[in-house]
Design a protein around this ligand. Structure first.
Ligand code: GLN
Length: 229
């Protein structure tokens, strides 16, 4: 039984990001593998959290990010960090990588300290700044992902974020922007990779729109049968 940990399903699933979970479950089922969803939220025990095979987190409003971080700041956040450090596969979209980074500064209110898994910071340039909205296309940087032999892959998605993300030296971008804003509309980077954890701004949702990325993540969970399908 493959356990899919889903970060705060009630608070973090904007623009249909729940579709990433459905996609993983379906692709596993088509290959005869059972999966179960373990919601990671205020009710999750430490043992449940430690048992997951992959973590998926979606987008969210700023207020939800603040609420989520209040819960993650204790033991749960430490466990997630150590799981990622040990190589657990994970996908975080939009609001989720922002709080897995060093911090997120919203247009209103205080800076939200993140878990520091990704060496990156995200800042909203102010309430009058335009949001980064629209269809987006990028090329996956498989070298950074740790799969240099993977076939070249163009991904498509939809972005909608006010925060601009800047990567530090300890983080690599997930993809290179072809069209759209990506991390900050300045440096052509999109998303972030650390070990087997991927962060990105691609709603759409990402995995059903780009099943090659879904199968790559699943190949880390269950093995080679998912590669290049
Ligand atoms: N609140 C964040 C921002 O606007 C994330 C938005 C989202 O997850 N779609 O930058």
């Amino acid at each position: 039984m493959i356990k899919i940990g889903w970060l705060y399903p009630d608070l973090m699933s904007t623009y249909g990001d729940r579709g990433n979970i459905i996609c993983l479950q379906k692709r596993l089922q088509w290959r005869g593998k059972q999966s179960e969803i373990i919601p990671i939220d205020v009710h999750t025990s430490e043992n449940q959290l430690k048992s997951v095979d992959i973590i998926i987190g979606g987008g969210s409003q700023d207020i939800a990010q603040e609420i989520v971080m209040r819960d993650l700041r204790g033991t749960k956040g430490k466990i997630i960090k150590s799981l990622i450090e040990k190589g657990l596969p994970a996908l975080f979209v939009c609001g989720a990588p922002q709080i897995m980074g060093n911090y997120y500064e919203p247009a209103w209110g205080k800076r939200i300290e993140g878990l520091g898994i990704f060496d990156m910071v995200t800042k909203n340039p102010g309430k009058d700044a335009e949001r980064c909205i629209g269809n987006v296309t990028a090329e996956v940087l498989w070298d950074n992902v740790g799969a240099p032999d993977h076939e070249p892959t163009i991904i498509t998605g939809f972005e909608n974020h006010g925060g601009r993300t800047y990567l530090g030296n300890g983080a690599k971008p997930f993809a290179k922007i072809i069209k759209g804003n990506g991390n900050n509309s300045e440096d052509g980077t999109e998303g972030v990779v650390y070990k087997n954890a991927i962060g990105c701004y691609f709603h759409g949702p990402l995995l059903p729109r780009n099943p090659i990325v879904a199968d790559y993540l699943l190949s880390l969970v269950v093995g080679k049968e998912f590669s290049n399908n």
